[in-house]
Design a protein around this ligand. Sequence first.
Ligand code: NAD
Ligand code: UGA
Length: 450
Amino acid sequence: MSSMKARQGPDATIGVVGAGYVGLITAAALALLGHRVICADVNDARVRALRAGQVPFFEPGLAGLLAEHRDRITFTTAPATVFDKAGIVFVTVDTPPLPSGEADLSRVESVVDAIPPGVGPLTLVMKSTVPVGTGATVRRVLDQRGLFRVRYVANPEFLREGSAVQDVTHPDRVIVGCDDPADAVVVAALWAPFGGESMTCDVASAEMIKLASNAFLATKISFVNEIANVCERVGADVEVVARGMGHDHRIGASFLRAGIGYGGSCFPKDVLALMQLAGNSGYRFRLLAAVIEVNELQKRRVVATLREQLGDLRGRRIALLGLAFKPGTDDMREATSVVLAEALAAGGATLVVHDPAVPPSALGLLPAGTVWARGTTEAISGADAAVIVTEWPQYRALLAPGTSAAMARPLLVDGRNLLTRAEAEDAGYQWLGIGQPAARSGEPALVRAG
Ligand code: NAD
Ligand code: UGA
């Protein structure tokens, strides 16, 4: 009992294994709540940087939060140390896709293997996104090793990159999956100060809530992208359509922004993982297969648009504005920019790229010969076309008087509808948005302003 108090009482240290996006934000949020946190990562360089006060990626507000609560967070390269010191340990390691599309659980397995014999009491909290059934498998492994004093809780994470600190400290909901409701109380109580709807359920359902939520959001995006493609053919404006649909509270306005496809480390991976999970259970998830296909085609539609406008792409200079998979992050995992760059370079185009957050080292992820620009005007100077790939607000600077004149041909493909046709045309561009009617008309502009 005294050991229970030391390891799991209000003053106890909390462990986090995996110091990536989710791990560092979890650690910072727990420290903000006044807890002492020990955070482990197998990446030595990452731990050294964190000890020196450096955050290994760009996430608004995270560096400040970590700095503010630095005295309560320690970093280690030894996950086993975390289990010695903490009675509640969050697992936040990555679960990347295998070539089959299934999640690679090797990192999760190595964390479970690092739990020392005889440890306890311990609550192991899974925040990594894992296939349904992972909790049951981990339970079996723990039991086989005689680790009966280790409780297992699924506590999926719903944060978005770019707004992660806000999402974790102001959650919509906290899902706690467990076999024993007493375990739920411990985890729900930790997050209670941040508010949000708390829901307790079984482990498998908690695991499915995470996968189904990401798959549903991705479905919304592919749906609106299909609507956009039809809008272009029939003369409607997808921006206006999405707004009109969103006024119905059953549909909701969010995740109806048409564009050139979803990317990032999670939607592509988790949609595929859910489809594979269904397939392995003997069920063919047709809808998700279509969601993925629509997204892949959407990423490539810009290439066809540019060919229509420019003809042969050989020798054409094309500026890609934005490399990150969305604004507010420097993350390029599964970003549309990479797919586009490869397709355009394969067609013989010369690429000039810019992103306000991604470092120039990202050139290594792009085709050989890609040119790095330090600013928007430098990127578009002499270009035959520019594509807004990521809707960084900085790219509204394209509207500054005289800017379009820097281009060899002022063709602007706005892959995220960052601008309106009216303002882009007034600034001198030939503007091609997503899901837009071919010609300018007075009425839609008035509606869109409202
Ligand atoms: P990440 O790649 O940014 O970080 C994972 C970290 O875990 C890395 O620093 C890696 O070195 C470390 N690691 C790997 N194996 C380890 C081990 N055995 N012991 C200790 N550390 C180890 O990943 P992430 O983006 O934070 O994602 C983590 C999990 O959370 C994934 O399952 C992801 O799907 C899920 N998730 C991510 C987000 C997001 O926006 N990034 C949101 C919700 C859920
Ligand atoms: C997404 C989910 O939103 C989070 O809830 C979840 O926790 C996370 O995945 C995860 O599991 O990792 P994230 O990938 O950080 O978060 O970013 P989103 O804001 O969801 O955007 C994902 C992609 O969808 C981006 O490429 C974005 O441009 C695209 N998107 C988003 C659209 O094309 N249209 C939209 O309306 C919204």
